[in-house]
Every structure is written in structure tokens, then in C-alpha cells.
Ligand binder design. Structure first.
Ligand code: SF4
Length: 387
């Protein structure tokens, strides 16, 4: 697969809509969400209003990808989702073949809900499976069980061709065999896109407390690395491209939304805690549902904005580039940041090239198989300080 083929994103931009509600809190999660759905109607009105308030920011771009993330967008009923999509189409220019993804949890994906969704404009489902094993799902406090995980995939496949599932590895007590069997189960459904993440213990989560009290074994880096190697080896050997550390896809199924982030394309993040990026500035909305609704109702944007320096942009490009199949283009570094940055990059990269963690191919700096899992740490070594 060529890198050109694998980079589907053109000159447009992306819209991300954050739905900040979940049925219950997964033990490991530190995303912004509330399990209290009382403000759902007000929230939906506020999201629509923010879409309208900010449309001028996209007056020059077409929308190529729309992503409903969260939280759990599938807690919304189909007509609520369609109303948001309608607001987008009324206020933005959306390309005819836009990728429109809905993140969904298995317990929300009944036969009738999938059927309804398939009648509308949603053309990609990203399903939070995480594991096909009851024991893992219980440990993580997921709202679905192993049977629901399988049933919803079977049903979704009848109506959707573009499906991604999330799987988590490195779970305490998860043997290599169980991890392999999770991957095999996913492959048995012929899922074209798999996103897979190492379980991390984020501060202030229930998981952090359980680990602290010794109720759950700590998450170990060596296990996560071993599980990553199994994942990478298994999927790439049968034709999936690991186009980013956590994302694997069959040809033609790279997510346009994900690729947009990693290629520094413009995107608007709508909803509490959502982030936006316009090439020079990064913005993030307040992560409190009530305050978000109040501000938007008053016609104000509850957003903080940071202007990125040249060095910030260099660091971000190195960080994301090393995680992807496209790597860090040396000619882009020279053209966008100047010779000084290119020389610094190569100087810092030398040690990692000697250790076979990085290599240069076709003018791009890339991680080797051995270096892939370590990309974030290697990137930190290549960062420049803001002086
Ligand atoms: S469903 Fe997703 S967003 Fe909600 S608590 Fe679980 S992991 Fe977090």
C-alpha cells in the first residue's frame, strides 16, 4: 500500500461533535462525560447553536469528515442524531462522500437502532467492544457483556460496510493467549478497521484507586508492549496497515477523521471539552456541561485558545508523525520550519537510528518495528524547547 493511497484526506476539514453522556462510568476513563442525562435536551440545543455560531470558521473549507464522539453518542436516539446532522448540512458545505462516523457502545446497538441508523447519513460505526471476555468487561465496568459485543457486530455488519472496533490490551491478568483470542475473534468478523489501545491508569479514575488499594494488579508496560507486538504482527501479516500506532485498517478503510488529526488538518470541535485546530491555533471548550450550556445559550463561546509557536508546531508534527505510517517528512521540516530544525532533528535522531528504533525511507523519518511502541518517548527526545 503506498503512502499516497493511505492518505485519503484532501484540502477540507473535519467536524467533531462531543456527546458528553454515558450510561455508566468505565473504571479507566478520564474523558469528559456525565452519567446524568437530565440535561440532554438542553445539551443538544447548545450543540446545534454552537454549530451555527461557529460556521464562519469554516467558510473557506468543505467538511470532509464528521465524527460523533464522546462520551457515548449512541445514547442519543436516532432522531436526535439526525437533527444534529441536519444542522451541519444546513450550515456547512459537506462533500458528497463525507465520512460520517458514530461512536457507539454495544448495549445501545439493538437490531432496530442499527437498522434506523443505516437508513440515514451515518456511514461508519466505531464500536467500543474493548474485549470479548466477560471478565475483562467487568473489570473495566463496561455497560455491555460479551454476548452483546458479538451480537451487535453481527447485526452491524448486515447494514454497515465501514466498521471499526476498539479493543484494549494490557489489562491486568490478561494472558497473551486471551489477547490473541480477542484479536482472532475480531478477525473472524472481518472487521476492516481496528483501533487498539493499552490500558492506562489515569489519575483520579476508579482504576487508579483500585490499583492503589491493591485490589487490582498494576498495569505493566512490558505486558502492554508484548500485547502490542502480538497485535502489530498479527494484523500487519494479514494485510492490515498499522497507519498509526493504535489504528489498523484494510486498504481503503483508513479513517479520514483520524488521518485529519495526524496530518494537522483543520477541525472544529463542538461540545464541552472538544478541541479545535486551525493550523495556527488550538482551542478547547470548557469541560463542564452546565457551564457549557449556559455560555452557548448566552451566545458566548466557552473556549480557551492557545497560539502555537513555530516550535510547538514542530514538536506536534514530530510527535504525531512518528506515530504514523507517513513518518516525519524531512523536506517538510526544512520547508516549513527551516534548516536549523531539520539539522536539530537529524542530530537528535542519530542515536535512535543507531539503535534501530528509527530509520529513513524516501526522505521521511519513521519508527522501525522495534521502535513503534516507543514512538512517544523517542519523539520527546526529538522535541525542541520553546526559548
Ligand atoms: S463509554 Fe467511553 S466515554 Fe463513557 S465512560 Fe466508558 S470509555 Fe469513557
Amino acid at each position: 500500500m503506498s503512502k499516497e493511497e493511505s492518505s485519503p484526506f484532501g484540502g477540507g476539514g473535519g467536524l467533531y461533535i462531543h456527546i458528553p453522556f454515558c450510561k455508566q462510568a468505565c473504571h479507566y476513563c478520564d474523558f469528559h462525560f456525565s452519567t446524568n442525562l437530565k440535561k440532554k435536551v438542553e445539551m443538544l440545543e447548545a450543540l446545534s447553536k454552537e454549530l451555527v455560531l461557529r460556521k464562519a470558521e469554516f467558510s473557506e473549507e468543505v467538511v470532509e469528515t464528521i465524527y460523533f464522539g464522546g462520551g457515548t453518542p449512541s445514547v442519543l436516539n436516532t432522531s436526535e442524531i439526525l437533527k444534529l446532522v441536519h444542522t451541519i448540512y444546513e450550515n456547512y458545505e459537506v462533500v458528497p462522500d463525507a465520512e460520517i462516523t458514530l461512536e457507539a457502545n454495544p448495549d445501545d446497538l439493538s437490531e432496530s437502532k442499527i437498522n434506523e441508523l443505516a437508513q440515514g447519513p451515518i456511514n461508519r460505526l466505531s464500536i467500543g467492544i474493548q474485549s470479548f471476555y466477560e471478565e475483562d468487561l467487568k473489570l473495566m465496568n463496561r455497560a455491555h457483556n460479551a454476548l452483546e459485543a458479538e451480537l451487535c457486530i453481527r447485526e452491524a455488519k448486515k447494514h454497515f460496510n465501514n466498521i471499526s472496533i476498539d479493543l484494549i490490551y494490557g489489562i491486568p491478568n490478561m494472558s497473551n493467549e486471551r489477547w490473541k483470542s480477542n484479536i482472532e475473534k475480531a478477525l473472524s468478523f472481518k472487521i476492516p478497521h481496528i483501533s487498539s489501545y493499552a490500558l492506562t491508569v489515569e489519575p483520579k479514575t476508579a482504576l487508579a484507586k483500585f490499583v492503589e488499594k491493591g485490589l487490582i494488579a498494576p498495569v505493566r508496560d512490558e505486558v502492554a508492549q508484548e500485547h502490542f507486538n502480538i497485535l502489530n504482527e498479527t494484523l500487519t501479516s494479514i494485510g492490515y496497515a498499522g497507519y498509526e500506532i493504535s489504528n489498523f485498517a484494510r486498504p481503503g478503510y483508513f479513517s479520514k477523521n483520524n488521518s485529519a488529526y495526524w496530518q494537522q488538518k483543520k477541525y472544529l470541535g463542538i461540545g464541552p471539552s472538544a478541541h479545535s485546530f486551525d493550523g495556527d491555533r488550538r482551542g478547547w471548550n470548557i469541560n463542564n456541561n452546565s457551564n457549557y450550556i449556559k455560555a452557548i445559550t448566552d451566545g458566548k463561546l466557552p473556549m480557551e485558545i492557545e497560539m502555537l509557536s513555530k516550535t510547538d508546531k514542530y514538536n506536534e508534527y514530530v510527535m504525531t508523525g512518528l506515530r504514523t505510517i507517513w513518518g516525519v517528512s524531512l523536506s517538510r521540516i526544512a520547508a516549513e520550519f527551516g534548516k536549523k530544525y531539520e539539522e536539530y532533528l537529524m542530530l537528535q535522531a542519530e542515536k535512535h537510528i543507531q539503535e534501530h528504533l528509527l530509520y529513513i525511507d524516501d526522505e521521511s523519518l519513521l519508527t522501525t518495528k522495534k521502535g513503534k511502541f516507543l514512538a512517544d518517548g523517542i519523539a520527546a527526545d526529538l522535541f525542541m524547547l520553546n526559548l
